[in-house]
Ligand binder design. Structure first.
Ligand code: ZN
Length: 182
């Protein structure tokens, strides 16, 4: 599997590769990275280790702003932590974002209770909401992004940096492992 082989090679000969072929992250490069995220109380929120690394096209807003800024200029093999405030992550919480929806429109579980994350279909496509209150046939859901208003700390490991193809630049996202498949 080409990605795996490349990763092992990077780890073994990292200093040599970087010396011969430095490629600090800049616009129109595809970056592969692993991350784990924790919130203000140090609770683990998400972790990509154990799956494929995440791939994105740098400079196109494909990941949250604070993370993209922190990745600028880094190299394959770099590890670092960055704390991102809501204005550079998922925005502030809007207090007026509670909506009443039929329970049958909630996707992701059979029984619902407050605090669970559901998926709903909207005109802009599928969206995650947090269940605020469950009634008989209707539920109140908070349409804020589940991470809105949160200050998040990311631990990042840059796995690989490569030039994007012209097709990736035209699409505005990365293709292949960890990116878009189409
Ligand atoms: Zn594409």
């Amino acid at each position: 599997y080409p990605l795996r082989r490349q990763r092992q090679m990077c780890i073994r000969d990292r200093s040599k590769i970087i010396e011969e072929n430095p490629m600090p992250i800049e616009k129109n490069q595809v970056v592969l990275f692993h991350y784990s995220v924790r919130d203000e109380q140090d609770n683990a929120v998400e972790d990509s280790h154990g799956g494929e690394p995440n791939a994105y096209l740098h400079g196109h807003g494909g990941i949250i702003k604070g993370l993209e800024e922190a990745l600028e200029g880094r190299d394959a093999g770099d590890t670092f932590s960055v704390t991102v405030t809501p204005d550079k992550a998922y925005g502030p919480r809007k207090p007026d974002a509670i909506q009443r929806v039929p329970i049958k429109h909630l996707m992701g579980a059979k029984r619902w209770k407050a605090g669970m994350v559901a998926q709903v279909q909207t005109e802009q496509g599928p969206r995650h909401v947090v269940v605020a209150k469950v009634g008989h046939k209707f539920a109140d859901v908070d349409t804020n992004h589940p991470m809105a208003g949160r200050t998040l700390t990311f631990d990042i490991e840059v796995i690989d940096v490569r030039a994007a193809t012209s097709e990736e630049i035209a699409h505005g996202h990365a293709h292949g492992p960890g990116g878009h498949h189409h």
